[in-house]
Ligand binder design. Structure first.
Ligand code: HQG
Length: 179
């Protein structure tokens, strides 16, 4: 399949599995799952037909493992704005984590720390390279270092998503290194 088609399908899935399932009349269960058959017929009915083979290829080849298919159901691994329970267990983070952002957000981040904004959690990367990609989506990337070990010792809860993203509710500015 062509790269462009893969990306278009992945974006379509992100929109409907994370944010606006109502647009195509699908209902996610409490854990974010929807039957693959139901998703494919809803997509077709709303003018975006996807074959099962295409769906499998998108899920398999996705650069960030954004989706999981299991027992005939599909869900996004993270990044939701709709309320879902991803059944994530608390996990012990590495000593340092990273957050890629852009300069224009720094005054506000300095004042109030990292907040989840439209998502459920603050998303943190395990390495600078990944954080750089995340920040680059918005402009010249600025990488913040998070003192995850001290946060964890202080009682902040972390989760590790199925695709390797570290999640936490809030990172107070005192745990951030702005260099
Ligand atoms: C910023 C993509 C002002 C934050 C990526 C970020 C990632 C603040 C933006 C995943 C702030 C939120 C997540 C504060 C945080 N004041 N701005 N207090 N606290 N921000 O997209 O981390 O392609 O919700 O720095 O690759 O950029 O969707 O989060 O710039 O893994 O799978 O507010 O999304 O993955 O933006 O990205 P986002 P993010 P997917």
């Amino acid at each position: 399949m062509q790269e462009g088609r893969l990306v278009r399908i992945s974006k379509y899935l992100a929109l409907h599995l994370r944010h606006e399932p109502d647009r195509i009349g699908v209902r996610l269960d409490a854990h974010g799952w929807v039957a693959v058959d139901m998703l494919l017929s809803a997509a077709a009915a709303h003018g975006f037909p996807i074959t099962r083979e295409e769906l499998d290829e998108v899920v398999r080849s996705n650069d960030k493992r954004r989706y999981t298919i299991e027992d005939g159901m599909i869900r996004a691994n993270q990044g939701h704005s709709v309320e879902v329970d991803l059944d994530l267990e608390p996990a012990v983070p590495p000593a340092l984590l990273y957050h890629g952002t852009v300069g224009r957000f720094l005054p506000s981040i300095l004042a109030e720390g990292l907040r989840p904004m439209a998502r459920h959690h603050v998303h943190l990367s395990p390495d600078v390279e990944t954080a750089t990609k995340v920040g680059s989506r918005r402009g010249a990337p600025v990488i913040l270092t998070v003192d995850a070990a001290t946060m964890h010792t202080g009682g902040h809860v972390f989760h590790h998503s199925a695709n390797g993203v570290w999640l936490t509710a809030h990172v107070p500015a005192s745990y951030l290194r702005f260099s």
